[in-house]
Design a protein around this ligand. Sequence first.
Ligand code: ADP
Length: 161
Amino acid sequence: MTIALYPGSFDPVTNGHIDIAERAARLFPTLFIGVFEAPKKDVLLPIEDRVALFQKSVAHIPNLKIISFSGLMVDCARSIGASVIVRGLRMNTDFEYEFEMALMNRKLAPDLDVVCLMTSLEYQFLSSSLLKEIAKLGGNIDSFVPKHVVSKIEERIHRAK
Ligand code: ADP
């Protein structure tokens, strides 16, 4: 019974992430979403919000659980008994980054394998950072994230002004 872990910052979760989670949940009997507490990049949303927004977005997927983690991703994977890491690939730049990470993680944990799912065409140019930029400039993000994410992002950006 393979356990898979889909880790990321998810700041916030987007329709692209949800698509990868839905597809990975069809491939593996148990899928964990691992929300990384303190990524290198600046985050807009606190960890509790990032977890809650993802949770609400995937409530329809029965074999999926959400956790948060700090520290090494391979340690998180070990702690839940995962043998597969799921990542999403958009364009070339994602590939180079994921390739480097996968090789480094293989050194750290040779028993863990990385499975990359190609993005669906409509999400190819969708990233959390781009949509935050659009929202900050007053643009409409309705088609990139679920409704409950739109309201949280708008509230957060409004509060920061
Ligand atoms: P990171 O883990 O680098 O902080 P994210 O949290 O934004 O990045 O994304 C987590 C994972 O989901 C990464 O593998 C990323 O490439 C992938 N991903 C992000 N956006 C999309 C998308 N629109 N389509 C498919 N995969 C995506």
